[in-house]
Design a protein around this ligand. Structure first.
Ligand code: SF4
Length: 363
């Protein structure tokens, strides 16, 4: 796998999807020595179930652990420190990780209780938890979701879990963007396995999940978060910490030269487990027939951006989406399945950013 590669898999067997992404990325080959200590860093920001759109699904941890154990790695630790107002073990149990550690015999380490050391993070002093700093290979497992302060959150911000609580408080007083960018000059991001199953519309604590049923793999955390921006209908320049992280040499925002490797095709039929009033309000402007989760989720994000701009209301035409529209004609649709429509946007699935641009011009 190269640094500009992005691995994408669609489906609902999340454990197997995680294994396939790691296989395609040859994570075992990247780690090399079977005695290497490996950290799995999920997002356990708070005590919320993964279905709420806040935390990393336990199935992804299961897939990562099975992959590593099947390749002969034994020194595996799940590690995380929830945000300041939460006790990590509570979040750990709520997300179902207690069953994961029992099943696979893998320990969990609460980074809120860890010692720390201060480092020079390219011109900014930052304290890092010793257990996270000393790990041989770190697999960052963030959730692709919205955030009330930084707009989006994924790989770069997930590393806030590897700093002590006092440092998390300081980050907030500094406005998050600058310290997050600097943190990633010292935090490890050896492989990034993204939970894009059902991240929240705009809040890190969850509550309005958007079902996408995807798992993604990256080597570059900046490329990852740039991809996340476009998946949610934003520009990278909207998110200060991404631009700053690139300037600090953490990675590249060059999505144009990224190589997207699709391990399978999107599957028709959504597995939406939870639908909230806010998502339902956006769905009033959508006509779906056998839409794939990734396509439909992207349209929900695009609709939310349009709503932010005051472009949705009485009289707004419905946007068609889904495999049920293949070969049919109509007024306006998104995705390759609506290619016979008068106004249509190609892509399978198209990104939320492209949907937004298209709908702004054509709705
Ligand atoms: S364009 Fe059609 S097949 Fe492709 S992701 Fe969208 S709904 Fe699915």
């Amino acid at each position: 796998m190269n640094k500009n590669d992005i691995i994408v898999i669609h489906g609902t067997d999340y454990k197997e999807m995680a294994k396939k992404v790691m296989e395609a990325a040859d994570v075992a080959g990247r780690i090399g020595d079977r005695s290497t200590s490996i950290g799995l860093k999920p997002n356990l920001v708070t005590s919320s179930t993964p279905e709420s759109g806040a935390t990393t699904h336990a199935e992804l941890l299961c897939g990562a652990i099975e992959y590593l154990q099947e390749h002969g790695f034994q020194d595996i630790t799940i590690m995380e420190g929830s945000w300041v107002g939460e006790i990590t073990p509570n979040a750990f149990r709520t997300a179902g990780y207690d069953q994961v550690i029992r099943k696979y015999g893998v320990p969990f380490y609460d980074l809120q209780k860890d010692s720390w050391t201060e480092y020079d993070a390219r011109g900014m002093k930052i304290k890092l938890c010793d257990k996270a700093a000393g790990i041989g290979f770190m697999i960052n497992m963030p959730v692709l979701k919205g955030h009330c302060q930084t707009i989006v959150t994924c790989a770069l911000k997930n590393n806030k879990g590897v700093i002590p609580n006092q440092e998390k408080r300081r980050f907030h007083t500094l406005g998050l963007h600058k310290p997050i960018a600097h943190l990633n000059t010292i935090a490890k991001n050896d492989f990034i396995l993204v939970d894009n199953i059902c991240g929240d519309l705009d809040f890190e604590e969850g509550g309005n999940p958007v079902q996408m049923d995807r798992v993604l793999g990256f080597l570059d955390p900046v490329l990852c978060d740039t991809f996340v921006c476009e998946s949610m209908g934003y520009e990278k320049d909207d998110i200060e910490y991404i631009v700053l992280a690139e300037k600090l040499g953490v990675g590249s925002t060059d999505l144009e030269h990224a190589n997207i490797i699709y391990l399978n095709e999107p599957v028709a039929g959504r597995s939406m487990k939870k639908r909230t009033r806010r998502v339902e309000a956006l769905e009033r402007y959508i006509e779906a027939d056998d839409a794939c989760s990734a396509c439909y989720g992207s349209l929900i994000y695009a609709m939310d951006r349009l709503n932010d701009r005051g472009m949705l209301g009485r009289g707004t035409k419905k946007v068609c989406i889904g495999q049920g529209f293949r070969g049919k004609t109509g007024d306006i649709g998104v995705g390759a399945c609506t290619s016979c429509f008068k106004k249509t946007l190609g892509g399978c699935p198209p990104k939320a950013k492209d949907m937004l641009e298209f709908l702004e011009k054509n709705l």
